[in-house]
Design a binder for this molecule. Structure first.
Ligand SMILES: C[C@@](CO)(OP(=O)(O)O)[C@H](O)COP(=O)(O)OP(=O)(O)OC[C@H]1O[C@@H](n2ccc(N)nc2=O)[C@H](O)[C@@H]1O
Ligand SMILES: Nc1ncnc2c1ncn2[C@@H]1O[C@H](COP(=O)(O)OP(=O)(O)O)[C@@H](O)[C@H]1O
Length: 269
């Protein structure tokens, strides 16, 4: 069985409070985009994880695909050992949620393969135990999210008039560090309302709290965002805690910007 976990971008992000459990409350709009990994699971086999493509940092035993398998196996001992292969294409530590997508797709794949009959709400609960971004990928549709990101309201948000440019300059931002740079506060404007306003005005009203500290640490990112606006982007923002920057351009009119050869660049028309 093979699935293709996709990435997400955040359109607006506000850190609204620090919680007793050490996490932060936030509000954001998650939007899925078709830049994907490939995740294959074969049975029968011994429990094994291999990967190709972009190297995943850390011990293979800590990979979110294996963690998703072990999480379900605790409650469903009938899960047979599986051979897992991940081809990594989504940049890592980029604010694109690639690891979270792999974990959420793994839960769904195992649910189907072993006929566990888990409901969407049960899958969301399991996903929340693997990471704050994971529950989104169970729904995988435009959502306004609060809490740690697990309280989701699907939105009707049609961005089919736009093409998306994603630029990742290879800077890996540590999510925990990024949260520690921010003093939580109530947002000046309600994101849930602003996201329904015309995209042409988003530049003035939709912002990401992580941009100030992350751009201060990596000025190259502010330059990427400026280059997108100079190239005709209708809206540009860093995604999540970075470091990927995303630009919305009129459909099929992504500017031909000359990026540094080391950057990873993705176009979604
Ligand atoms: C910032 C966001 C926005 O969508 O995305 P990314 O930039 O990572 O893609 C998410 O909130 C990230 O979610 P995720 O990447 O799953 O984070 P987790 O693994 O749960 O947490 C990593 C660390 O970030 C901090 N953290 C995370 C989420 C949250 N609501 N409050 C936090 O304080 C904690 O220090 C935690 O130990
Ligand atoms: N399957 C996976 N893909 C990517 N990263 C993974 C995976 N499993 C574990 N990780 C760990 O999760 C961290 C964050 O990954 P990722 O989800 O890509 O970043 P972000 O939260 O910025 O979107 C990485 O540093 C990596 O060590």
């Amino acid at each position: 069985m093979i699935v293709f976990p996709n990435c997400k971008i955040n359109l607006g992000l506000h850190i609204t409070g620090k919680r007793a459990d050490g996490f932060h409350d936030l509000e954001t709009v998650f939007y899925p985009l078709p830049v994907t990994d490939a995740l294959e699971v074969i049975t029968p086999g011994s429990l094994q994880f291999t990967s190709s493509g972009i190297p995943v940092p850390g011990d293979a035993a800590d990979n979110l695909c294996l963690r998703a398998f072990h999480l379900l196996q605790q409650d469903f001992p009938q899960l047979q050992p599986v051979n897992i292969h991940l081809h990594k294409h989504i940049p890592i530590g980029a604010g694109l949620g690639g690891g979270s997508a792999d974990a959420a797709f793994m839960l769904q794949l195992l649910n189907k393969k072993f006929q566990l009959e888990l409901t969407t709400s049960q899958l969301v609960d399991y996903a929340a135990r693997l990471g704050s971004d994971c529950p989104f990928f169970i729904l995988n549709q435009p959502c306004y999210a609060t809490g740690r990101g697990e309280i989701m309201e699907p939105l009707s948000l049609d961005l089919s008039a736009y093409s998306f440019l994603l630029v990742h300059p290879g800077i890996h931002v540590n999510t925990g560090w990024a949260f520690r740079q921010i003093t939580p506060q109530a947002p000046a404007r309600a994101l849930k309302d602003m996201i329904q306003s015309p995209v042409s005005g988003w530049r003035q009203v939709i912002s990401n709290d992580f941009e100030a500290p992350v751009f201060a640490a990596h000025p190259e990112l502010a330059e990427i965002k400026s280059a997108m606006y100079e190239g005709g982007a209708v809206y540009a923002t860093m995604s999540g805690s970075g470091s990927a920057v995303v630009g919305l351009f009129p459909k099929n009119k992504i500017a031909d910007i000359r990026w540094d050869a080391s950057y990873l660049v993705f176009k979604v028309n």
